[in-house]
Write a protein that binds this ligand. Structure first.
Ligand code: KIV
Ligand code: ZN
Length: 521
């Protein structure tokens, strides 16, 4: 059977937790990865690349935990083409319902000569040996031909034929550096179909990077020419300029069925919520004009467009926002909505909160409703992510923050923080501005060395009373290692100074939890 042609369904392989996590500062802990994996499973993703098991104990644990708890998807672990990597991946995957080992190595001359320091023949033999070794553990082997976009096609064909003979069930054709154009990449996949004699025994997968902004176009060109698996990430996060965005490829296939004639198993109504979840947990904001899930993706602001849209939606809208789960921000709540109204709206937005978390969200909702009078969907999302999005133990809790500043005064902050045993600390400091003063005061209490490397504020809604959302990133030395940790933190409040304090506490608690975890290992 020709695996690539017989199939009119595209396999969606999500690598948010592996290539996506390689985005600078996007590191997630195991609980956070599990939360994303559950959302991926629920939306119908076929394969989850859960990590690179040999690279760190955290990655090993993530692959192992997902293997045990995510039963509806194939769970995949990445390796280099050597026995040790493969042994460790096999161990991490041993409880998976459907395990896959993803192994491989470079095929371009620049990778073979400079990175692998071998010859074409040497690389080919190593790749074949890796597949044979992986085959001792699992049936499903995916082989990646790194930097295929810049390789000599004849050599690539030979590698593919050999690894398929050795047992590879999926062959991954990455445009690792995002160098290809859609015409070239489509031709490369067509060339593979026409020149690799045993290609009918494997599925062709495409894995594109976005360095020239062509990842989605290249992936779709691959699909048009016979690829039947797409490797994608939520929001397109990933190394450097990122990977192909899942929401873009899937919506292109769905919206332009006339062109592609193909389906995926994805329930597209989950796009909006998973996008927010990934953004929250990685600390990488979604640009407002991002296709499909950006805040402006369905906003019509010019008069001419609004006029046409109001007469007939399809004049300026090719996708119904409900199809990607974009919330209707016109639905607003007020303090009078009460617990019942809030619970109902949260359920509509896909949030199911346990009793304690719901009570915290309800308290915050009342505070915001009190200040703003009305609370729309975006406010609610900010509140929920603040109160529910913590997948680590909160060692220190900010109880109170107070700042004085102005053009004729020295910015000074006082903080009250509850410690791990319930003890309460109060301290104060001054700084170059109110946020600096708060961070210094917090540092006096917590004393966890770090460096603030990023700080951004965004208004969640329009208007002077908008909820402000602060996202920060801190960097700290990892004990007894040369590497450095980067953690993001976020906080939301109608007072951006308070939001800044919350964001810093979030990142610090995350750092403390990671230190504790590392010490326990
Ligand atoms: O971009 C790439 O080539 C990769 C491989 C490891 C699959 O991420
Ligand atoms: Zn990649």
């Amino acid at each position: 059977m020709d695996k690539t042609e017989s199939q009119d369904s595209i396999i969606v392989f999500d690598t948010t937790l592996r290539d996506g996590e390689q985005s600078p500062g996007a590191a997630m802990n195991v609980d956070e990865k599990l939360e994303i994996a559950r959302a991926l499973e629920e939306m119908g993703v076929d394969v989850i690349e859960a990590g690179f098991p040999i690279s760190s104990p955290g990655d090993f644990q993530a692959v192992q935990r997902l293997s045990r708890e995510i039963r509806g998807c194939t769970i995949c672990g990445l390796t280099r083409a050597n026995e040790k990597d493969i042994d460790v991946a096999a161990e991490a995957l041993q409880d998976a319902a459907r395990p896959r080992i993803h192994t491989g190595l470079g095929v371009s001359d620049v990778h073979i000569e400079h990175k692998l320091r071998t010859t074409r023949e040497g690389a080919l033999e190593k790749g074949v040996a890796a597949v044979k070794h992986a085959k001792k553990y699992v049936e499903d082997i995916e082989y990646y031909t790194e930097d295929a976009g810049r390789a000599d096609p004849d050599y690539l064909y030979r590698v593919l034929e050999a690894v398929i003979d050795a047992g590879a069930t999926v062959v991954n054709i990455p445009d690792t550096t995002g160098y290809s154009t859609p015409t070239e990449f489509g031709a490369l996949i067509a060339g593979i179909k026409n020149n690799v004699p045993n290609i009918d025994k494997a599925i062709i997968s495409v894995h594109c990077h976005n360095d020239l902004g062509m990842a989605t176009a290249n992936t779709l060109a691959g699909v048009r020419n016979g690829a039947r698996q797409v490797e994608v990430t939520v929001n397109g996060i990933g190394e450097r300029a990122g990977n192909t965005a899942m929401e873009e490829v899937v919506m292109a296939i769905k919206t332009r069925r006339d062109v592609f004639g193909l389906n995926t198993n994805i329930n597209t109504r989950h796009f909006y919520s998973i996008s927010r979840l990934v953004s929250e947990l990685t600390g990488i904001p979604v640009q407002p004009n991002k296709a499909i899930i950006g805040a402006n993706a369905f906003a019509h602001s010019s008069g001419i467009h609004q006029d046409g849209f109001l007469k007939e939606r399809t004049t300026y809208e090719i996708i119904d926002p409900r199809d990607v789960g974009a919330p209707d921000s016109a639905i607003i709540l007020s303090a009078r909505s009460g617990r019942h109204g809030l619970r109902h709206r949260l359920a509509e937005l896909g949030y199911t909160l346990d009793g304690d978390t719901f009570e915290k969200v309800y308290e915050r909702f009342l505070e915001v409703a009190d200040r703003k009078k009305t609370v729309d969907t975006r406010d609610l999302e900010a509140i929920v992510s603040d109160e529910a999005g913590m997948y680590f133990e909160e060692t220190y809790h900010l109880e109170q923050v107070q700042v004085s500043c102005g053009n004729l005064s020295i910015p000074t902050a006082t903080v009250r923080i509850a410690g791990p045993e319930g003890e309460v600390f109060c301290d104060a400091d001054h700084g170059t501005g109110p946020v600096d003063a708060i961070y210094r005061a917090i540092n006096r209490v917590i004393g966890e060395p770090n460096e603030l490397i990023e700080f951004s504020v965004q208004a969640v809604t329009e208007g002077i009373d908008a909820v402000g959302r602060v996202t920060i990133r801190i960097r700290a030395d990892e004990e007894s290692k040369d590497t450095r940790w980067v953690f993001s933190g976020h906080g939301a409040d109608t007072d951006i100074v308070v939001a800044s304090a919350k964001a810093y506490m979030f990142a610090l608690n995350r750092l403390i939890a990671a230190r504790r975890e590392a010490a326990n290992r």
